[in-house]
Every structure is written in C-alpha cells, then in structure tokens.
Design a binder for this molecule. Structure first.
Ligand SMILES: [Zn+2]
Ligand SMILES: [Zn+2]
Length: 257
C-alpha cells in the first residue's frame, strides 16, 4: 500500500467546522470506494493548507478514472466550504502492509478478512492478493459501502472473540463462524452479488475454532450441503476446507493447528 498526502487549499475564508465536514465527506467517499484504506486519517492544518494522510492500495488509486459518483459529488462540494479539489502527493510504499492484486483477470475471488488486516476484504483466488475494490463493478449505489460495513463488523466480532474478555465472546464467534448468522448472511449476499457482477466464483470464508479432536475436525463436512470439502493441501496455506458447489472455505480449527 502507498502512503499519500491529500492537500486541500483554502481559496477563500472558511470555518474549521465547514472545512472539516467537507474533507470528511471526501475521505468517506474515497473509503467506501476502496480508493483509500483504513479508519483513521490524521489531518493537519499547516500554512493555510489542510493535509490529510491516507493509505491507498495502488500508486494511482486516486486517479479520477477510479472515482465513484459519490467521490465526484463530494469533491464538488468542497467549493462550498472554500476549498479546492485535493492535490495528491504519493509519499511512498508502506513497508509493513501487503501489496495489491496485479492479475488482469482473476479466475475467482475469496471474501476474507481478520481483525489485523488493513486491506480490501476481496482476495484474488489465483495468488491471494487483496483486490482493490474499484477494480470490480460497484456493488450498490455506485460504490462498495455495504462491503466495507460488512468488513468493519466482521473485524469487530473477530477482535471481541480473540480478546475473549467479555460476554460478547461467543455471540461474536457465532457471527463469524456460523453460515446462518446475520453477518454471514450479509457476507453471503455480498458474495452472490460479486459473483453476479464478475461472473466468477466468489468463496466465502467461515471462521473455525474449537471442536472435539483433530480427527473429528478433519472429518468435518460442508455446513451448507454436508458434502466432503477437506483439501489434501490447504489452499494458500490457510483454507483446509473448500466446497466448490457452495463456494465456502474454512480453516482447520485453530485449536488443532
Ligand atoms: Zn491475483
Ligand atoms: Zn457445500
């Protein structure tokens, strides 16, 4: 991922509140369009310029060709707050984060995230690189807000169950591991939508922890069709189970790895 500074020039007197609201609108729009990643975007006021630091999946993520209608609209509204459209300055590549998928035509996708992942929740099924969302057709209302919201909820549930310090632990675990949970149903609907838009398989990930023994875990069946789905070799070293007819993947219970 790339660290990028957005510089907003004030061309007329404005209030801090107005400027802040207008900049936030642009940042949210870019986020829901997959052009910037993350949840915290520090903004400084320096020499009459507002500078917001963001992370982008690709060097040219902020190219206007990638803008959604909401991004264009939000940039247009900057004027009312006395601000010009942002100047984009790429600072460089972040050494900690992962890259972005470069495949021209991935053969399939995987919808997957964890609480530590700061990247697109859509992965290429050929090399397991995160796919910048603006590379696929918009999911609804011109962008990917529904997918980003699903990812936020998934990560929040994952964080709660990993910390294991509250009564929410088991309900949170249920949301990310049971295919009939509210969160899974939302994720499965999104997978179906992406399948329709891209005309490619989209696998949905079900978290797995617990179980009685390694043997019973290895013998686990697909929770949707009850068919065999254990793989001889884990897919990308992570998914030990894959059902091609239901397009579901899962890991070997973390208790037996
Ligand atoms: Zn790829
Ligand atoms: Zn199945």
């Amino acid at each position: 991922m790339f660290v990028v500074d957005l510089t907003f020039d004030c061309y007329q007197d404005t209030t801090l509140d107005n400027a802040e609201a207008a900049i936030n609108r642009v940042v949210n729009a870019l986020r829901f369009n997959g052009q910037i990643i993350g949840e915290e975007f520090p903004t400084v006021l320096k020499d009459g310029f507002f500078i917001t630091r963001v992370m982008c999946p690709e060097e040219d993520s902020l190219h206007p060709l990638n803008h959604s209608p909401f991004v264009k609209h939000s940039i247009g509204l900057l004027q009312e707050a006395g601000l010009l459209a942002p100047k984009v300055k790429v600072i460089g590549q972040d050494i900690h984060s992962n890259g972005a998928d470069m495949c021209h035509e991935p053969s399939c996708f995987i919808l997957y995230t964890t609480y530590v992942h700061t990247c697109s929740p859509l992965y290429c099924g050929d090399d397991f690189q995160p796919v910048p969302l603006y590379k696929i057709p918009a999911i609804a209302n011109g962008d990917y807000k529904a997918l980003i919201k699903w990812q936020e909820d998934w990560q929040a549930c994952d964080q709660i169950q990993i910390n294991g310090a509250t009564r929410c632990e088991f309900p949170a675990l249920h949301e990310i591991s049971d295919p009939t949970s509210d969160l899974s149903r939302r994720g499965l609907d999104l997978s179906k939508r992406i399948r329709y838009l891209t005309q490619k398989p989209v696998y949905y990930y079900l978290y797995r922890v617990g179980g009685e023994s390694l043997d019973t875990e290895l013998a686990r069946k697909c929770p949707s069709c009850n068919g065999d789905w254990a793989l001889h070799e884990p897919w990308f070293g992570l998914f030990n189970f894959r059902c091609d007819s239901c397009q579901l993947v899962s890991n070997l219970s973390w208790d037996f790895q």
